[in-house]
Design a binder for this molecule. Structure first.
Ligand SMILES: Cc1cc2nc3c(=O)[nH]c(=O)nc-3n(C[C@H](O)[C@H](O)[C@H](O)COP(=O)(O)OP(=O)(O)OC[C@H]3O[C@@H](n4cnc5c(N)ncnc54)[C@H](O)[C@@H]3O)c2cc1C
Length: 389
């Protein structure tokens, strides 16, 4: 393990997380993949262990640790081989909770961030809409101020933790005529009248409850506005850097898991009187895939290091997700081939890995959109700046 970034304390944390996942999570994964639901007790156990509080202030019950603890958290989550389970956990801890922490008032943090850290409350982030996925500014949901309240109308789709979460962090237009300058962020309790959710069926991430959500005259206190009115778009864009790096890290960890499994398998499987890891065609393919994974992993660590120091790494995080998710798809596809027919069977890990990996180049900004961002930054010299708050 790279000692440039990981201390002995990091390694101890990794070990205790691995032990925890092996004991508390792995025995349930197949069931959760089948039911499409993660049992509530595991959220509370994650909370008790402090895993949701790694990156958050001590004032709200967090541990305020450096970003490499988050890197370890993400890497080890991938290794239980359920992209859906991992997504439930990191979407709560790093999509919903990031907005609470960065833009929420002290009262919002007390009410939502603290119980999110303990695992008593689960959150989701609602940005994507049926008519506005890549085009975030094209969203149609509205939030109209009426006295001391906002009234929210509209719909969201593909929301991770969309059915079972206790609160929703929601982007809606407070000034539709202002385009991306008219978007604001709100936190909404699940049990507010007018909120409804429908679970979606999907190719992979099967342990994750992805949902379509409708808001029908949902009335919330004006104090549930997070940050400044009209600043929602820059807040979302700002946090995309972390989200995209997270998806890059997830991708290299997934690929690493696939390679480790394939390497073991190839050392045991016999064909033509020898183990298949002796065939040069497979050895060289493995070496190529391993090299690609290692390149991404090192790059992702270096971006994490810069983000940890407070640098604004929009371009680098975009590159991380673009390249690492492509690499992961190729590595998993190649590793499935190493297993021959067994790779195609549900009793072996590659089939699920292949399904789960495929979301990488789609969720949190498609590869096409990421290329567009890189092109704008490199060719047009466009600069993205952090939002004020
Ligand atoms: C399992 C899952 C979980 C998700 N979780 C969440 C979540 O928790 N919260 C949330 O808010 N969202 C979530 N998403 C939504 C995800 O971020 C969007 O699906 C993604 O941003 C793409 O939007 P879209 O699906 O509307 O595709 P579209 O925007 O309709 O894109 C369709 C195709 O057109 C391409 N395209 C669009 N615009 C351009 C362009 N300008 N140039 C070139 N090509 C273009 C796209 O790359 C894509 O190939 C999730 C999605 C999935 C599938």
């Amino acid at each position: 393990m790279n000692s440039m970034y990981f201390t002995e304390e990091h390694q101890l944390f990794r070990q205790s997380l691995q032990d925890f996942l092996k004991k508390e999570v792995v025995p349930h994964i197949n069931k959760w993949e089948q039911t499409g639901t993660v049992d509530r007790f595991i959220w509370e156990k994650f909370g008790e262990m402090g895993f949701f509080g790694i990156a958050y202030p001590e004032e709200y019950g967090g541990l305020n640790l450096d970003l490499f603890y988050t890197v370890i958290f993400l890497e080890e989550l991938q290794k239980v081989n359920s992209g859906g389970f991992a997504a439930n956990m990191w979407a709560h801890a790093y999509l919903a909770m990031t907005h609470l922490n960065k833009e929420g008032s002290h009262e919002i943090k007390q009410k939502y961030l603290t119980p999110s850290i303990t695992g008593e409350k689960i959150g989701c982030l609602c940005v994507t809409e049926p008519f506005g996925g890549s085009d975030v500014a094209g969203m149609r949901s509205t939030a109209v101020k009426q006295g001391d309240s906002y009234v929210i109308n509209g719909s969201k789709t593909f929301i991770t933790n969309g059915v079972y979460s206790d609160y929703l962090v929601v982007a809606a237009k407070t000034s539709p005529e202002l385009g991306n300058k008219g978007i604001s962020m709100f936190v909404i309790d699940r049990d507010t009248p007018g909120v409804s959710a429908t679970k979606l069926d999907k190719l992979g991430w099967r342990a994750s409850d992805t949902a379509e959500i409708a808001f029908d005259n949902v009335t919330i206190p004006a104090s549930n506005l997070m940050g400044e009115e009209g600043k929602g778009f820059p807040y979302i864009m700002q946090h995309f850097a972390l989200e995209r790096l997270i998806m890059g890290i997830n991708a290299h960890a997934r690929a690493d898991f696939a390679l480790e499994y394939a390497q073991q398998y190839m050392s045991e499987r016999m064909a033509f009187g020898k183990t298949i890891n002796k065939f040069q065609a497979l050895r060289h393919k493995f070496a190529d895939l391993y090299a690609d994974m290692e390149m991404c992993r090192e790059y992702n660590y270096s971006v994490a290091n810069r983000l940890n120091k407070g640098e604004y790494v929009v371009k680098e995080a975009t590159i991380s997700k673009l390249r690492s998710t492509k690499m992961s798809d190729e590595v998993v596809y190649g590793c499935l081939q190493f297993l021959g027919g067994y790779g195609y069977m549900e009793d072996y890990p590659m089939a699920r890995l292949l399904r789960d990996s495929r979301l990488g180049p789609i969720g949190g900004g498609t590869s096409e959109i990421l290329r567009e961002i890189i092109a704008k930054m490199v060719i047009d010299k466009k600069e993205y700046k952090p939002a004020a708050k």
